[in-house]
Design a protein around this ligand. Sequence first.
Ligand SMILES: *Cc1c(COP(=O)(O)O)cnc(C)c1O
Length: 408
Amino acid sequence: MRIGRTLAPAASPIPLLDVLKSLAHISDEGQTARFNSELRDYFGIKYCFLVSSGKAALYLILKALKEMYPEKNEVLIPAFTCYSVPSAIKKAGLRIRLCDVNPDTLDFDFDKLAEFFSQNITDFQAQHFSKLLCVLPTHLFGVPADIAKLRNITRGTVTIVEDAAQSMGAEYEGKKLGVLGDVGFFSLGRGKAFTTIEGGIILTNRDDIGQQLNRTSASLPGYGISEIYRLVAQSILLTLFLRPSLFWLPNSIPCLKLGETIFEQDFPVKKLSPFQAALAKNWQNKLNALQRMRRINVRYYLKMLPARSHHINFTQNHTFSDVIRLPLKTESLELRNQIISLSKKKGLGIMPSYPDSIDGIDELQKELKGEYYPGAKLLSERLMTLPVHPYVTQIDTKKICNLLYSTD
Ligand SMILES: *Cc1c(COP(=O)(O)O)cnc(C)c1O
């Protein structure tokens, strides 16, 4: 166990003053209405829904699509993604279909995707018979997925649900992520681009989906008062213990399960509370400031690493500009684990990503057995991420680069 300065793998700090100010708005519904209308303005979108998490957002989207297309029950997702995604699909009573990922882009393996569509949906007429409800392109860590390319393959035969959970505020080729699909969602969880402790945002411009979501979300419960107090307590703890000077403490308590990836069989689906919406006050400026600080660290790594280290082999540097942690692929599992254990000793916040591909999740064995996803397996073994959040100083980034040079 390490005592002393320790970096979290990802962090979007909330100033304590913001928490204290938000206490005055615990039952002020105007806060959620304001947040909602600001989001619609900023993203130029007609429908916005604020809920209790990213997976709650995805669950509601899937429920709404299921109402619209009752004969369809399959959801196609990348074989390497956040475990919350299959959680939401199962909770919605749907079937998971997997497509392998390209380990160099973190996006779908588009050859495999084209194969999937040629086997499952041969032409536009055939879509009527297809079971496929939607496909989820995913901007993992904020690295943009190629949605134009996906559209070229799907050609309007299937709904595109953009998983922008980790990429609120990110842009690609001048376009804002989150509003490139038929419907998209952000997560406001800890460790995402911007946080209100927990929360989720659904965005869509499609009238049919927006109106169905209106109906599907009409009877959602709000947070109870004890849950609000839990959020208040969590936000105070978060503002304190995310600091590198104190992060070693929660990090050393195993029952907090920090950084662990778990597959949740069930989770609450609620409306975002006014307290959370109040925490998000002035979010555009805060998000911009967070992004600016993260970009400085990303630029430093990209400048320092490719020349001397073999750890970066993603090719298109510009796609990294808005990441919330910088993904790197190592040459072997052994090398990655060596780097991570050195980083642990020094508190440098280098972490692996998801522990296995989606077909490796125990609870899903029965449903997903049979196929092999080499790209996803490779990432689960060799991917690691460098911290880029605002608590990461120049001294930290130097130490991290030195650690990587030393294992080169
Ligand atoms: C975090 C995340 C989610 C789920 O968001 P929560 O707010 O944690 O429920 C979904 N997809 C991806 C890619 C994520 O990173």
